[in-house]
Design a protein around this ligand. Sequence first.
Ligand code: FES
Ligand code: FES
Length: 158
Amino acid sequence: MVLKMISFTLNGKQMTYQGDASKPLLWYVREDLNLTGSKFGCGMALCGACTVHMNGQPVRSCSMPMSAIDGANITTIEGLQSKTGLAVQNAWEQLDVVQCGYCQSGQIMSATALLSSNSNPTDNDINAAMQGNLCRCATYHRIRAAIHLAAKELAQEA
Ligand code: FES
Ligand code: FES
């Protein structure tokens, strides 16, 4: 059987993959690359713990087959070095958002994607953008505050 070569960029590096094209991206990053910041929660695109960026958009890597990332630009939490991504991570630290931490890389990836497209989101914008990222520790209030803080700090830097 001839397996198609899948080429993509991951955290700024050009990568190729030749293997089971139905393998979820989450298992590729966690098991093949040992990038374990993206978490397995539900495995059904329902909780957001596995969120990464594909061409700047938040996607659920547990439900994204390798075949779908051919030619794409993928960023995981380990490679989140954009100005917006760093501002979000800094705000998370300043407000001590994290409780158990399990959902938080997914939260940060979704928050960064939101601020990349909307530099001054309202609470409603935040609720809408973040509704697919569940937190069983209920850190939602601090997440919202940290997104506002990151937006403010990015505006001051601009
Ligand atoms: S593990 Fe991917 S959305 Fe829950
Ligand atoms: S911090 Fe524990 S699940 Fe979100």
